[in-house]
Design a protein around this ligand. Structure first.
Ligand code: ATP
Ligand code: MG
Length: 215
């Protein structure tokens, strides 16, 4: 059985994330996809203001709303994971350490790391890219505005390139940044969010322009 690690800030999780996971599950017949919100994303220092607890709760709701019966004939389970929870002293969470832990905790499993095109194209900025590519096979899903047609800037060896699998047919034109802007402007953005996540955001007053002012 194979498992995939799907990390991100998930601030908030949206239909693009779920679409990416579905596409990967179908293409690679994955058993479980772990959706793991990151405690402190090294490439976005101080930019994530929504708490880890809220992001994990929203990821759990998104996973619950999208279980196997919704994914057709494929049986992948979408599971929320706190493996990338905040570390003592607010230390950054490095994916290389997280994949290392996955490998130790699930030794017999075929491990994939699932990412969108924009994330993968920034791989050279990540800690220990060589070891990252050795620790897991990578599934890279296309994203509007980020072409996967030329991976040469990444300088992958032939052996590394063989561990990178592209899904180039996805076109989910959604980002959490855009969602946060819409939500701050008072739009419920229902079309881009799982129903339960939209409700959580509303009930907890998240992403309002000035949620602390005057309340
Ligand atoms: P933000 O705008 O805050 O960066 P985001 O929409 O990019 O949010 P992240 O939590 O940063 O979401 O992304 C988590 C992972 O999901 C990353 O690997 C990212 O590339 C991928 N991803 C997110 N949205 C899409 C999308 N629409 N298409 C393809 N991949 C996506
Ligand atoms: Mg992003």
């Amino acid at each position: 059985m194979s498992v995939a690690f799907f990390g991100g800030t998930f601030d908030p999780p949206h239909r693009g994330h779920l679409g990416v996971a579905r596409a990967a599950a179908q293409a690679f017949d994955l058993g479980t996809i772990f959706f793991a919100p990151v405690g402190n994303q090294p490439l976005k220092p101080g930019q994530t203001t929504t708490s880890f607890e809220d992001r994990l709760a929203m990821v759990a709701l998104a996973c619950e709303e999208c279980q196997p019966e919704d994914t057709g004939k494929h049986t992948a389970r979408f599971v929320p994971s706190a493996i990338d929870a905040p570390q003592p002293g607010g230390r950054p969470n490095y994916t290389v350490d997280t994949l290392d832990r996955f490998r130790r905790e699930m030794p017999g499993e075929q491990l994939y790391c699932l990412v969108g095109a924009d994330s993968f194209l920034s791989l050279r900025q990540w800690r220990e890219p060589g070891r990252l590519l050795a620790l897991a096979e990578w599934i890279v899903v296309s994203r509007p505005g980020h072409s996967l047609s030329d991976l040469s800037p990444l300088g992958l060896t032939q052996q590394q390139r063989q561990r990178v699998h592209l899904i180039e047919t996805a076109h989910f034109d959604i980002s959490s940044t855009w969602l946060r802007e819409r939500l701050a402007a008072g739009d419920s953005a229902r079309d881009l969010l799982p129903e339960s996540v939209a409700r959580y955001i509303r009930d907890h007053g998240l992403y309002r322009m000035s949620s602390s002012a005057g309340e």
